[in-house]
Design a protein around this ligand. Structure first.
Ligand code: PLP
Length: 374
C-alpha cells in the first residue's frame, strides 16, 4: 500500500465510488430514446441533482458536465472573447499569477489571439488595490481560483467578485474551485461567480470528469462543437460512468464533510507541529488561510524532485511543486510569485492528504521524515 500524500493531484477512489463503479451495468447513450438510453439519462440527471445540491447551485445556475476542470477552465476563459478574437479589439482578461496551468495556458492562447491579459499577484503587498487598478472599461473577465493546489492558499474570491460586480456588472467572473469543493465552506450561489469549475477526481471519483457552472441566462457558447448535449453548452456523449462516480463521491462528502474537514485539520496541525519542532531548518510555505489538507514545505539544500523519489522508495507518494519541461524541472510559478528564488522553489515539497489517512500512516510519514532529514 502506497501512502497518498499527493491527494491534491488525485484523491484516489473512495470505497463507495468503487462500489458504484462495480454496480454499473453497460451504460448506453443518454441521448438515445430507447429504454437503455432512458436509464443512462436518469442516472445522468440524478447525478447532476446530487452534485448541484451539494455545491449549493441556485435555480439560475446550470451544471454542465465536461471532461474535467482543464476543459471547464478553458471554456470559461474563452467565453467572453469568441467575438473579440482577431478583431483588433481592446478587450482584456485579468487572471492571478498563481492559477493552475489550465488557466495560465488558456490565457496565453488568448493573448496569442490578440486579447490583452493582465496578471495580478495575490502575494504582492498591496495585492487587492493592485488588482482593482487593473480593471477598466475594456475588462471582460476576471478569473481567480478559490484555493491554490500547491500551497493551499485560500483566496477571498467571494469578496473580490462582489466588488468587481459593483464596479461593473457586465464583467464576467470565473473561479477555479477544484481544490475548494468539500474542503472549505462553499456555495455556488453566493460566490458572485458567473462561471465555476470543479473536478471529480479531486474528490475521490474517476478522473476525466468535471463540471462547469454557468448562468442559465447566458447565451451558450461551446468550446467543443457537435451535438446538442448539455443544453448545447458542451457537445459529446456524456461520460455517464465518470459522472455517476462523481455523484457517488459527492454523496460521501455530503454525509461526512464536517468530520472529514475536522480530521484533515487535525492531521495538518499534527504534521506542522512535528515538522516545525523536529526540523527547524525546514521552511513552511503554507499560510494560515489555507486548505485543511495541504502543507507546502521547503527543505534548504535539497532538490525536491530527488526527495519525491526518496519518499517513493519508502512507500509514500508526495509531490514537488515543479513542472517538468524537456526533462528539466522548472521551479513552481506559485512559489516564485510568493517571492521564493528558483533554488528555494526547487526544494519545495507539497504534502496533501485524504481525510482517511490513518494514525499508523501518520507514524510512517514521521518515520520517513526522520530517515530522510536527520
Ligand atoms: N485546477 C486546479 C486548481 C487543479 O488542481 C487541477 C488539477 O490538478 C485542475 C484545475 C485540472 O483538473 P482536471 O485534472 O480535472 O483537468
Amino acid at each position: 500500500m502506497i501512502i497518498n500524500l499527493d491527494a491534491n493531484a488525485s484523491y484516489g477512489l473512495l470505497p463507495e465510488v468503487k462500489e458504484r463503479i462495480a454496480l454499473c451495468e453497460s451504460l448506453y447513450n443518454p441521448s438515445s430514446i430507447h429504454q437503455n438510453g432512458q436509464k443512462a439519462r436518469a442516472l445522468l440527471e440524478d447525478s447532476r441533482s446530487t452534485i448541484a445540491d451539494f455545491i449549493g447551485l441556485s435555480s439560475e445556475q446550470r451544471l454542465i458536465f465536461t471532461s474535467g476542470a482543464s476543459e471547464s477552465n478553458t471554456q470559461a476563459l474563452f467565453y467572453p472573447f469568441w467575438k473579440e478574437i482577431n478583431n483588433n479589439s481592446v478587450a482584456n482578461l485579468i487572471v492571478s499569477t498563481i492559477e493552475h496551468p489550465s488557466i495560465l495556458e488558456a490565457a496565453v492562447k488568448l493573448s496569442d489571439l490578440g486579447i490583452e491579459v493582465r496578471y495580478f499577484n495575490p502575494f504582492a503587498t498591496d495585492a487587492i488595490p493592485e488588482f482593482f487598478s487593473l480593471i477598466d472599461s475594456n475588462t471582460k473577465m476576471v478569473s481567480i481560483m478559490m484555493a491554490n493546489n500547491e500551497t493551499g492558499l485560500i483566496l477571498p474570491v467571494e469578496d473580490i467578485f462582489s466588488r468587481v460586480k459593483k464596479y461593473s456588472n457586465s464583467i464576467i467572473t470565473h473561479t477555479d474551485a477544484v481544490q475548494a469543493v468539500g474542503k472549505i465552506a462553499f456555495r455556488a450561489d453566493s460566490l458572485n461567480a458567473d462561471f465555476i469549475s470543479i473536478s471529480a477526481h479531486k474528490l475521490g471519483a474517476l478522473s476525466g470528469t468535471g463540471a462547469l457552472i454557468v448562468p442559465k441566462d447566458f447565451e451558450n457558447r461551446t468550446l467543443i462543437s457537435g451535438g446538442p448535449q448539455e443544453s448545447r453548452w458542451r457537445a459529446g456523449t456524456e461520460n455517464v460512468i465518470g459522472i455517476s462516480s462523481f455523484a457517488a463521491a459527492i454523496s460521501c462528502w455530503k454525509q461526512n464533510s464536517l468530520s472529514w474537514i475536522g480530521r484533515m485539520q487535525n492531521i495538518k496541525t499534527e504534521l506542522l507541529h512535528f515538522i516545525a519542532s523536529s526540523f527547524p531548518t525546514i521552511n513552511i510555505n503554507t499560510t494560515l488561510q489555507s486548505l485543511p489538507n495541504t502543507i507546502n514545505i521547503e527543505i534548504p539544500g535539497r532538490l525536491a524532485d530527488d526527495l519525491v523519489v526518496a519518499f517513493d522508495l519508502l512507500g509514500i507518494a508526495i509531490s514537488s511543486g515543479s513542472a517538468c519541461a524537456s526533462g528539466k524541472p522548472l521551479p513552481s510559478h506559485v512559489l516564485l510569485a510568493m517571492g521564493k528564488t528558483p533554488e528555494q522553489a526547487r526544494s519545495a515539497l507539497r504534502i496533501s492528504f485524504r481525510a482517511d489517512l490513518s494514525d499508523t500512516e501518520i507514524g510512517m510519514i514521521k518515520d520517513a521524515f526522520l530517515k530522510l532529514f536527520n
